[in-house]
Design a protein around this ligand. Sequence first.
Ligand code: PSV
Ligand code: MN
Ligand code: MN
Length: 385
Amino acid sequence: MTDVKQVLRTQRIETPSWGYANSGTRFKVFPQQGVPRDPYEKVADAATVHRFTGVAPTVALHIPWDTVDDYQKLASYAREVGVGLGTINSNVFQDPDYMLGSVTHPDPRVRRKATDHLLACVDIMDATGSRDLKLWFSDGTNYPGQDDITARQDRLAAALSEVYDRLGSEQRMLLEYKFFEPAFYLTDVPDWGTAFSHCLRLGERAQVVIDTGHHAPGTNIEFIVAVLLRAGKLGGFDFNSRFYADDDLMVGAADPFGLFRIMHEIVQAGVVGPAGGIAFMLDQCHNIEPKIPAMIRSVMNVQEATAKALLVDRAALRQAQQAGDVLGANAALMDAYNTDVRPLLAELRSEDGLDPDPVAAYHRSGYADQIRADRADGQAAGWGA
Ligand code: PSV
Ligand code: MN
Ligand code: MN
């Protein structure tokens, strides 16, 4: 048990700035009271999640949603309130110029504009001290024949190379894939294979990021995790859960067993902690639920899945696998999955000076009342600002 706790102590989960702000579905945004009005307040909320969970020490930014005049100032504010600025997410999916694509657009002027934005994100990383640049492209086409598939891949490769060459020696590029939406006929980076092939060509510091909501129903995500880990090309996760498409619901809510299976591969590879080089990020929107407790709950869900994965009796599992004992091997996994790890995590938190129940502690803290009062004069738009 001591070993399990020791590994859990090394775990780090990054929360997304946009998950603290107002968001919605394509039909409606229901604004909530007390949401952050600017990036500083998003950072303050992220620091609150870290204060109660102890394992969420960084917050990811999304540019231009989190544009500020002085990123070093934002970074020092973050340090003051107890967190760091993490991954920089680029956004080449909302400007009207990108209707036909960003870095894959047929017009070189639009490609230049998109690539310049990605380069500007690296400038921001220099100022914030961020390690990772996360790239997601909404690029694709809606109709067969609309554009040349191969030419689009060439344009994508050229832009990625330019940005890769601009990275500092400690910086990484994380390429995210998504099988559809907003494009419906063809997406330029639809799957891990496409992302992997671009990253392979670029070099060591280009890696694939798996957003758990970006697959067709029934996709075996842990297989992708295992294959990318084996190739040294798994850079991180955007955790969330889905019932239908890219729902961005709380991780571990729709499919806690799937999350456990992913964490089992991570544990087997020994890459739970920061030394493993995997960025564990959340990419969620809290449309109808209070945002900070939802983020705390999500962090706890990842911790619970990790704790269960750490409890797998690996010796028994290996023995059963070697012996061809199908049911025995499956039981080794299921026994761990069916263990209630909440007491273990509560104990761990108490040992580390945290409240054993972070959600209850947050509710008792008065933070929700305080932000409702302090931020009464306005609400920032979040996703889509
Ligand atoms: C796209 O669906 C995505 O998952 C990318 O990570 C974006 O940056 C993010 O959502 C925005 O919420
Ligand atoms: Mn994502
Ligand atoms: Mn997504």
